[in-house]
Design a protein around this ligand. Structure first.
Ligand code: SF4
Length: 513
């Protein structure tokens, strides 16, 4: 779709609005590609069936951003106004105002065309909770924060309420975090096999068996180096999350080795939460769980994704619902873990009735946390491309957006009825029906790491494959990232460089407050 930006009286770097326009374009018209013609907007668009024209016009007191959307030969219009004095602010602030106006006016034009509103209105980002969190911190009441989401961003009342509920948890988490604390992520990029919907580059252990032992060795070295840097920077670890991949793909001995290195080199005296993503039930054994419990791990995930054996088979999960039930028995018998269980709504072949059955079965197992994901069609997953990179032939139909909505609506009611409350949420690109992933917890079991990481409340230091270190400057919101390589081969090859880069990054850690 051709996209033009014009203005008759504002000097405007429109290229800085491309991203905002594209995010709305992908949300309104999935699969559509943007084009930015060099020629000015033609006076008549006789050769086009689809196009968007954004026009910025500064008035004495109000500035208009208007969107003209041409779709299949029909025109739709959307206008947003903001005080003209906002164009006098610092360049970055002006940029944000104009980008937001681009998205909102595009949404207004797009929703005139669509027969339904989008659940998150004109919000396209991964972290919709940031807005109400900011509003609450600035003194708004939860009701006011919810109204702002509904009125300004056209978020549906249900989603606005959900976001504000999560924002309250975010504010609580923020108050509990100390300035000298960080959270630690440990990435184990191995899985026993690849699930069909997964785009993680986690390596199948069958193919990479010889790399696992050297990986554990390198990881222990990185933990030792990171521990020294943390001590020097005067930072304490508040929460730890071991994810991947599936960390319990490692043997009990290898897990013990990593956790022993952690205790030897990192001060864990202020660590109040230690989670291990056990994930795939086909990797969980009593021996491994005992090792985790022995090293102070208090939270584990056991992820069914569905309790329907047919759906599980289609998704390449080599376990059944019965395996999940048996695994939960072992988990409960081994230690007093707080358990999270993940489900995915919108899996191919699933139905609202089937999803409701899965959720009821999971609730009956009484985990302290349940995370309800919405399927995202990720590039690189076998749902989207085959092994040769060609478009996948999908032999199973995806549930419609309406069906996914029914799954989620039912989930929300059932979870609230059973004493779960939402505490964090995030969105991804290419999600079925443009919905969200939500973490639900029983009272007192909200995961601090999940909130701190998702809402970018705190610095996260990552070790291991695929981990992303994020230095967060809470006062300004500035964030600096460093990605560890995802593939085990690259991680092993670059381990010295990774440790050197970390040392460089930690030089700035002391300036964070
Ligand atoms: S277990 Fe998780 S990380 Fe591993 S392949 Fe399946 S979805 Fe991906």
């Amino acid at each position: 779709m051709k996209i033009w930006f014009t203005s008759d009286n504002v000097d405007w770097d429109a290229s800085r609005c491309h991203y905002a326009a594209e995010q709305m374009l992908f949300t309104l018209f999935p699969g559509e590609k943007p084009e930015y013609p060099e020629e000015p907007v033609p006076t008549t668009l006789t050769d086009e069936r689809n196009a968007v024209i954004f026009t910025l016009h500064r008035g004495k007191t109000l500035t208009n951003m208007s969107t003209l959307l041409l779709r299949d030969g029909h025109w739709y219009n959307g206008v947003v106004r903001f005080p003209s004095e906002k164009l006098e602010e610092a360049p970055e602030a002006v940029c944000h105002t104009v980008q937001r106006a681009v998205q909102q006016s595009f949404y207004a034009a797009g929703s005139a065309l669509l027969s339904h509103d989008l659940p998150w209105g004109s919000l396209t980002g991964v972290r919709p909770v940031k807005l109400p969190t900011k509003a609450l911190l600035e003194g708004a009441t939860p009701k006011q924060a919810q109204k702002e989401l509904e009125k300004t961003y056209h978020v549906s009342p249900l989603r606005a309420e959900l976001a504000v509920d999560c924002a309250k948890e975010s504010v609580k988490a923020l108050k509990s975090l100390q300035n000298d604390e960080i959270s630690l992520y440990i990435g184990i990029p191995f899985c026993p096999s690849r699930c069909v919907y997964c785009s993680f580059v986690s390596a199948s252990v069958e193919k990479c068996l010889p790399l696992v032992e050297p990986f554990v060795e390198a990881l222990c070295r990185e933990i030792e180096a990171t521990g020294a840097l943390l001590r020097e920077a005067g930072r304490a670890v508040r929460t730890i999350y071991m994810g991947g991949g599936t960390p319990t793909t490692l043997s009990a001995r290898q897990l013990d080795r990593v956790l022993t290195a952690l205790e030897a080199h990192i001060d864990l005296s202020r660590c109040s939460e230690f989670t291990v993503e056990a994930g795939r039930p086909d990797t969980i054994t009593e021996e491994k769980l005992a090792v985790l419990a022995g090293h102070g791990v208090g939270r584990v995930s056991v992820n069914p994704q569905s309790m329907d054996d047919q759906v599980l088979r289609r998704m390449g999960r080599p376990h059944t619902a019965e395996t999940i039930r048996k695994t939960m028995e072992i988990v409960i018998k081994t230690a007093d873990f707080a358990v999270n269980m993940d489900l995915i709504s919108g899996l191919p072949g699933d139905t609202p009735e089937g999803f409701a059955r899965s959720l009821r079965e999971v609730v009956a197992l009484e985990p302290q946390n349940i995370t309800v994901h919405t399927l995202a069609l990720k590039k690189g997953s076998r749902l989207v491309t085959d092994e040769n990179g060609a478009p996948a032939r999908d032999p199973f139909s995806l549930p419609s957006g309406e069906a996914v909505k029914a799954m989620l609506d039912d989930a929300w009611n059932l979870l609230r009825e059973n004493g779960y409350a939402p505490y964090y949420l995030y969105r991804q690109k290419y999600m079925s029906g443009a919905f969200e992933n939500v973490g639900w917890a029983k009272d007192g079991f909200a995961g601090l790491y999940n909130i701190a990481m998702m809402e970018e409340l705190q610095t996260i230091v990552a070790v291991g494959g695929g981990g992303i270190t994020k230095l967060v400057w809470p006062a300004t919101g500035k964030i600096e990232r460093f990605n560890n390589p995802k593939y085990p081969q690259e991680y092993l090859r670059d381990i010295d460089k990774i440790c050197a880069k970390k040392a460089e990054l930690f030089g700035v850690l002391s300036s964070l407050s």
